[in-house]
Design a protein around this ligand. Sequence first.
Ligand SMILES: Cc1ncc(COP(=O)(O)O)c(C=O)c1O
Length: 499
Amino acid sequence: MSALPKTAFIDPTGHNRADIEALLHQAIALLIEEMTQADARSPLPEPIATEQFEQWAQIPEQSVDSEVLLGWVRSQLKSSMNAAHPGYMGHMDSIPTTLSVIGDLLVAALNNNMLSVEMSPVFSRLEQLVMQQIAARFGLGASAGGVMVSGGSLANLQALTVARNVAFNAVDTGIVGLKGQPVFFVSEVAHTSMQKAAMMMGLGAKSAIPLRTNKNSQIEIEDFKAKLAQSLRQGQLPFAVVATAGTTVTGSIDPIEQIAAIAHSHQLWLHVDAAYGGALAFSPDHRHLLSGISQANSVTFNPQKWLYVAKTCAVVLFKQFELLDQYFRIRAPYMGEDTQWPNLGELTVQGTRHPDILKLWLSLQHVGTAGYAEIIRHNYEITTQFVEAVKARPILELASEPQMNLVCFRLAPETVSAEECDRLNSQLQSYLLTGHSAQSDSSSADHLERASAPVFLSLPTYRGRRWLKAVLLNPYTQPSTLEKLFKAVDEFVQAQGLD
Ligand SMILES: Cc1ncc(COP(=O)(O)O)c(C=O)c1O
């Protein structure tokens, strides 16, 4: 096999051990060099030139030397989204736990498959046991359990599919021929995976009926009652309601207890999308914010967000795990059967699946619940400082009163039009990141000398306007990071003559 590089595989008899060791050392050295200096790169560094991509995209006939490849990867790392930077606050992404990075490397080398117990004998069992422990943290009861999936969107899809299958006994014959339109209710600011799920389930995206939210982005119970009554009057077939614990833009939590009471009295399945906020189950100080979640029939939770496990790492939990057997499972006759443990590929949308459980389990073991509680406490302290800084400046406006570590705010000078206001916030976003108030325009009026470190805030459209969103996840974001950020906001306001 002369065309193959010596290190193409790790020889199971150890013949290329020295070469493999050398290559892994180089890769680890690169990782350490880049990640221990992540704060020296911008949260969103300069993009790579198109010509460079054209070179990389070529599929070569002959092996490219691993040193050349690591050099290319170094350039890619340097220009990538840099979530480890303490000023990276734009999205629900952050620095991963060290043990989750190590876990991913090790399971990639092992290459087990979560499809069946025989293909991942240790990780299939471990996943089931850890899922039961996490379900217990949400108070879902003794019959609860769950499965891991690649992201919150798949978790929401699976939960709603099970809800539909239970409501209409739809596993074998689907929903064709029903006397009415199956619908479910979601917050108007719920994640778009709800519409995706409705579309994929054959119901049509419009069957995810949006519920109005109050000024703090929480479902208005009166609107839920009214829309439910209207839906029943119209002969629709409501089967579920979704409460969100941690909305994507403002981190708001719906009134889960009140929603659960209505769901219960109308035999609706209650799904809680706690993709983000589920981490509060690990915080003795804040877990009360999830009150009511124990009544959920299913819960989505993404440890890849606030538990800092490397992506992807998400779970979907069920109060009655055995429902999956009747209402989701499609058996794979080509797999060996284990009498005690299910083949997880029969219980999830995905067949072949990465053993995400190792990095989750390693992170939980290594950080410990006390460690997570401490990080979450720190995040809340930083958030309080952030909110106080916003409230201290009359020119700034909060989108809603934060319940978690997300702050959505904007510059809202009274004297400017709505469009001008949007433009100003976009310029402020750019200024905080680059020191320029407009990326494409470096005319002198737009070029200010920002005195502080770069910060990346995202610019979501929310209630029809542009806002700046900060997700205060990074454990290395310090009070001084925020002091510099607000100093830069003040500089911008002054330079624009808005003060
Ligand atoms: C509330 C909520 N639900 C679901 C999702 C979807 O998760 P994923 O991107 O992992 O599919 C997100 C993503 O940000 C989210 O914020």
